[in-house]
Design a protein around this ligand. Structure first.
Ligand SMILES: *Cc1c(COP(=O)(O)O)cnc(C)c1O
Length: 433
């Protein structure tokens, strides 16, 4: 599962680079990404869906480092952005505008203008109000705006409540009745080119079934509209992202499994396919390395491993109760193949039950709770796995903590793709009074 992060003689390697040695030069906390892992995941999903010839638009919010975006752009990827800032990043690295799609419920007029001026491929429109605004701005710029309607299929993708997006009560997408109304009235939007349909259900999704159910529902609606001659069909079908990764080491469905079930239903749309994977491409291609600062045992209470990475560096455990595997970087205890929450894993050395926490002044600043962990000493390095997606991009400066550095490994070569922030960076754009 972590093919590019392996232990050799009790030492963790990223590709052919020794993680302790990398950190020796860079200090902690540090994100380390494997370039070849990113490329392999991109290739895997592209090949799995090859029959449908999709435009794969990497979801920038999963990992927006310029170097990583450039690696994917060079491999042929397009991009899914959800803000003007993300659009700025992909334009900066020279992505052709006809490979950029723009989603999000709250695109501001400034963002819409910025996207239109740069001739992006299409907006994934999430409301009537937004469609009207895009039309007005396009008209003022004398441009045509390509759009796809993001439909809310009212499907439970069976992911965490905070990451599901395709249910009626979520803020995302347009309901069926409104979709029908917009399609009927599309002629009134003078500067809009309605190019497609977009469906994104949330993330991570561990089974193809929600995609198939959602696409069936959407297809039923479209067929009904086509039969009643309200429309002729669409040029593009965007099926979004959400494809799972394994956080535990257990086998999970892979792109080929998703493709087998999803491709047949997409064929009914008779449209070109767009996909927006984020997590699948980068999630298991990155780790967060931290150092143990203190060990603390309270009498009759818990043992805490206090480390120098915190919720400001990786918020997923605090925000979503997400499970990330953690293991020492140098250890004689083998990392188990599989590790499940709340279960003592099978391995060859002594383990103790600990909470692994950061220094931030919040009780929710926990990287792992009640975790069976090898005995570690102060100063030792530990690795938080599966941190390549929604890791650094969700980090903040809370507690005035400079953000971690990001390092990229390619074979033996290590490059700093974002230097660690300094105290000066923290105040660089502030005023003293
Ligand atoms: C976040 C997001 C994605 C990517 O989801 P992953 O789980 O990272 O694949 C794709 N499309 C849209 C519209 C999103 O908001």
């Amino acid at each position: 599962m972590f093919d590019f992060f392996q232990y050799k003689n009790n030492e963790l390697f990223c590709e052919d680079a020794n993680v302790s040695e990398i950190i020796g030069a860079e200090n902690t906390p540090a994100y380390i990404y494997s370039k070849n892992s990113i490329l392999q995941h991109y290739t895997e999903i592209r090949d799995a869906f090859a029959e449908a010839r999709p435009l794969i638009c990497f979801s920038v919010k999963a990992n927006s480092n310029l170097t990583i975006l450039k690696i994917l752009a060079d491999a042929g990827a397009g991009f899914d952005v959800v803000s003007g800032g993300e659009l700025f990043r992909v334009l900066k690295i020279g992505v052709p505008p006809d490979k950029i799609v723009f989603a999000g419920v709250g695109k501001t007029s400034e963002e819409i203008r910025y996207a239109l001026e740069n001739n992006i491929f299409m907006f994934d429109v999430e409301s009537e109000a937004e469609l009207l605004n895009i039309d007005t701005i396009a008209n003022s710029l004398n441009k045509r705006a390509g759009v796809a309607l993001r439909i809310n299929p009212d499907i439970d993708a069976k992911t965490h409540a905070k990451t599901t997006t395709g249910k009626k009560e979520n803020k995302f997408g347009i309901d069926f009745e409104t979709t029908e109304k917009i399609i009927k009235e599309i002629e009134t939007y003078k500067n809009i080119d309605l190019k497609g349909i977009h469906v994104h259900l949330g993330s991570p999704i561990y089974d193809p079934e929600p995609y198939v159910l959602a696409l069936k529902k959407v297809n039923d609606l479209l067929q009904r509209l086509i039969q009643s001659r309200k429309m002729q069909g669409f040029e593009y079908l965007n099926i979004g992202g959400g494809y799972c990764i394994s956080y535990t080491g257990e086998a999970v469905k892979r792109p080929a499994d998703f493709a087998r079930d999803i491709i047949p239903i997409t064929k009914k749309f008779n449209a070109k396919l767009i996909m927006e994977p984020g997590r699948f491409i980068v999630g298991n291609s990155g780790i967060l390395v931290s150092k143990v600062t203190y060990l603390k045992s309270s009498t009759g209470g818990k043992k805490h491993v206090i480390c120098d990475a915190a919720m400001n560096d990786l918020i997923r455990p605090s925000l979503y109760d997400a499970f990330h595997r953690i293991w020492p970087v140098h250890t004689s205890v083998s990392m188990p193949e599989i590790e499940l929450p709340d279960k003592k894993p099978d391995t060859d050395g002594e383990l103790e039950l600990v909470d692994i926490v950061g220094p931030v002044c919040e009780s929710s600043d926990v990287l792992a709770k009640d975790r069976w962990f090898p005995l570690v000493k102060e100063g030792e390095l530990i690795a938080v796995f599966s941190s390549g997606a929604y890791g650094f991009t969700m980090s903040s400066n809370y507690n005035s903590r400079p953000r971690a550095c990001e390092l990229l490994v390619d074979g033996r070569t290590v490059s700093t793709i974002r230097r660690r922030e300094t105290y000066e960076d923290l105040i660089a754009i502030e005023k003293e009074g």
